[in-house]
Design a protein around this ligand. Structure first.
Ligand code: FAD
Length: 279
């Protein structure tokens, strides 16, 4: 890994007590590897507000620079401002600003802040430069975008609103990432665009997630993963080799670092991390 390349880790707030214990163990194990920062997801419309706050506190208690995610859809400006002020008081200096997706059937009003660029505007307007802001990027195009060109316009709008960095949706195709970065650079975007890395441990779950978020599993990869059937250990070993090779190519070709979607599982992230050759 070259001098300033960084590794960051994403966690989600657990729902049950047993999962909380598992998260605390995974976090302790991963934090010992000294990631640059950790982030904690947030359910749209505030559905995980308390859980996110608890998990942020856990990460801070482990001494980590912690970036809560904040999604705007389904929330009022007043709610968002209250959260921003709370984080500032708590010593948070970094946020991941998102639109989010309203869960179907949630029945909440879409709120007052409709897109992530408007949330970045709100944060800058209300909190100035108190936070370093990361936004999301989609090398394979956001599933609701009318076109790749429009999606890039919307990404550029988030950067112009004041984002300091971007984290991508996960992908399994290196070309998609470098093509996106090149198109963003051609539009004058200078901020780091860090690839999001999804470890592969469970094919059924991965296929479901990927369909929802518009990440493509190449046909050959889907076929190889399907072949493992119930042989989870072999699938994990193959998945770790594959994802580590993808991550290594990204770093070697100049990505600014890696952001792991840990899914609160230390083993899966470490299996990839331990396979990387880092300078
Ligand atoms: P936006 O950038 O607002 O884009 C959403 C869609 O609207 C895109 O199709 C875009 O092209 C379009 N668009 C944007 N601006 C405009 C505009 N002004 N006019 C018309 N169309 C527009 N979800 C959560 O609920 N909680 C999380 O913690 C979370 N963390 C994430 C972390 C990362 C790194 C990533 C990549 C995604 C995460 N998500 C999370 C998922 C994310 O909320 C969804 O992908 C969501 O659908 C889009 O969020 P966004 O911030 O990218 O939205």
């Amino acid at each position: 890994m070259k001098g300033n390349q960084t590794i960051s880790l994403e966690f989600f707030p657990p729902r049950e007590a047993a999962a909380r214990e598992k998260l605390a163990e995974a976090a302790r194990e991963l934090v010992a590897r000294r990631p640059a920062y950790v982030s904690v997801t947030y359910g749209a419309g505030g559905s995980t507000r308390a859980g996110t706050a608890d998990t942020v506190q856990l990460m801070q208690s482990l001494g980590m620079d912690t970036a809560p995610h904040l999604s705007c859809i389904g929330s009022s400006r007043a709610e968002l401002i209250e959260i921003l002020d709370g984080y500032r008081e708590q010593g948070i200096r970094r946020l991941v600003a998102l639109r989010g997706d309203l869960p179907s059937g949630m029945g909440r009003h879409p709120g007052e802040v409709h897109y992530a660029n408007e949330l970045v505007d709100l944060i800058r307007e209300h909190s100035g430069d108190a936070f370093h802001i990361e936004v999301a990027a989609y090398p394979e195009v956001h599933p609701q975008a009318p076109s790749a060109a429009k999606d890039l316009d919307h990404f550029v709008a988030k950067v112009e609103a004041g984002a300091n960095g971007a984290i991508t949706q996960y992908f399994f195709n290196v070309d998609a990432y470098f093509d996106f970065v090149e198109r963003a650079r051609a539009r004058g975007v200078g901020i780091p665009i860090t690839p999001g890395i999804m470890p592969i441990t469970n094919y059924t779950q991965l296929a479901r997630f990927s369909k929802m978020c518009g990440a493509e599993i190449p046909r050959w990869l889907a076929a190889r993963l399907a072949d493992f059937g119930d042989d989870r250990a072999s699938l994990r070993a193959f998945g770790a080799d594959f994802v580590a090779s993808l991550a290594q190519r990204l770093l070697d070709q100049g990505a600014p670092g890696l952001h792991f979607y840990t899914l609160n599982n230390a083993e899966a992230t470490l299996a990839v991390w331990n396979r990387l050759s880092l300078d």
